[in-house]
Design a protein around this ligand. Structure first.
Ligand code: NAI
Length: 336
């Protein structure tokens, strides 16, 4: 198939070309650095497949342009599909594929890296030692053993986080509308969300973004938490209300925040903006706190995960070309 790949970075090209070669799929890949939006959608004119990433816009307007220009299939290089207007896609006869699981370990390990770095202030210690400053004031952490950790969303990633934190000796509490017996098998237990919010020292978010989870962590939810709680978000930015988190940080109610995602990240992440003025005041305010650690949506970024993303993306495109349906359709045939 002829594939227009949006939001391409050199590493995307490297892994996709390798998967295309190794599977001998023979797809014609057209790599674009641009993000997909209403201004760039026409660049896919004549391409029967469009390959898109998390911050590409696939709303009704973009989908109409793509469909009018001959696109029939959209291969997402992500698990989440909150950026796609599914209703418009269905009406336009566009099929969507995704990568449901590439390396839940990669994101889970990144969430735990944020917890450990924030707790032991590795980000501050690194800078201090390089300056010849070996003072320990301000670097006091806490033992994770014996602490209560909360996992919101016990899908593939959340279960891995639960398993790792249980291994550290934490009591693991979880909340998910679809409970799985796998949680008990790794030593965790489900509790009502309010109990989780009220009892946990560390809370990590692993639910998808949907109307039910939009701003799940807002002022009310933060009000129910323990003083000094650590909040970790590697799911989607809008699951947290960043303004409420800032208010919590200012009052001391929120003791640490680790973010790999941000609600307005599409104007920031995956770009080198180091010589530009960042205009998002909420994001800049977040960066001023000493107890906030932000990474730019890199949870997925391991060699294993990139190999799996590229392999499944090429397999989805091949299956669509052969059967008219991807291996992993959106919406998923079974959601849980
Ligand atoms: P998954 O689909 O395996 O699990 C999601 C879980 O959240 C399911 O068990 C579902 O029942 C649960 N859930 C749904 N609504 C909920 C609610 N209101 N409260 C609590 N739980 C709820 O998804 P997976 O693979 O574990 O990924 C989780 C999220 O991580 C994705 O949706 C995506 O947004 C994010 N992600 C982030 C990446 C990164 O690089 N930072 C990379 C990949 C995914």
């Amino acid at each position: 198939m002829k594939v227009a790949v949006f939001s391409t970075r050199p590493y995307d090209r490297e892994f996709l070309d390798k998967a295309n070669d190794e599977s001998q799929a023979g797809h014609t890949m057209f790599y674009l650095e641009s993000r997909l939006n209403s201004h760039t959608a026409h660049l896919a004119n004549g391409y029967d497949c469009v390959c898109a990433f998390v911050n590409d816009q696939l709303g009704r307007v973009e989908l109409e342009i793509l469909a009018a220009n001959g696109t029939r299939f959209i291969a997402l290089r992500s698990a989440g599909f909150n950026n796609v207007d599914l209703d418009a896609a269905r009406k336009l006869g566009l099929r969507i594929g995704r990568v449901p699981a590439y390396s839940p370990d990669a994101i889970a390990e990144h969430a735990v890296a944020l917890i450990l770095s924030l707790n032991r202030k590795i980000h501050k210690a690194y800078a201090r030692v390089r300056e010849g400053n070996f003072a320990l004031e301000g670097l006091l952490g806490f033992d994770l053993r014996g602490k209560v950790a909360g996992v919101i969303g016990t899908g593939k990633i959340g279960l891995n986080v639960a398993r790792i934190l249980h291994g550290f000796g934490c009591e693991v509490l979880a909340s998910d509308p679809f409970e799985t017996p796998e949680l008990a098998a790794i030593g965790g237990r489900y509790v009502p969300l309010d109990e989780l919010l009220g009892r946990c020292d560390v809370i990590s978010l692993h639910c998808p973004l949907n109307p039910d989870t939009h701003h799940l962590i807002d002022r009310t939810a933060i009000g129910k938490m323990k003083h000094g709680v650590m909040l970790i978000n590697t799911s989607r930015g809008a699951v947290m209300d960043a303004r409420a988190v800032i208010a919590g940080l200012k009052s001391g109610k929120v003791g640490h925040v680790g973010l790999d995602v941000y609600e307005e990240e599409e104007d920031l992440f995956f770009e080198n903006l180091s010589d530009q003025v960042i205009r998002d005041d909420v994001f800049v305010r977040l960066m001023t706190f000493p107890n906030v650690l932000i990474t730019g949506h890199q949870g997925f970024f391991t060699g294993e995960a990139m190999t799996a993303i590229a392999g499944t993306t090429i397999d989805n495109i091949t299956a669509f070309g052969r059967d008219g349906a991807p291996l992993h359709p959106v919406p998923p045939e079974r959601q849980g």
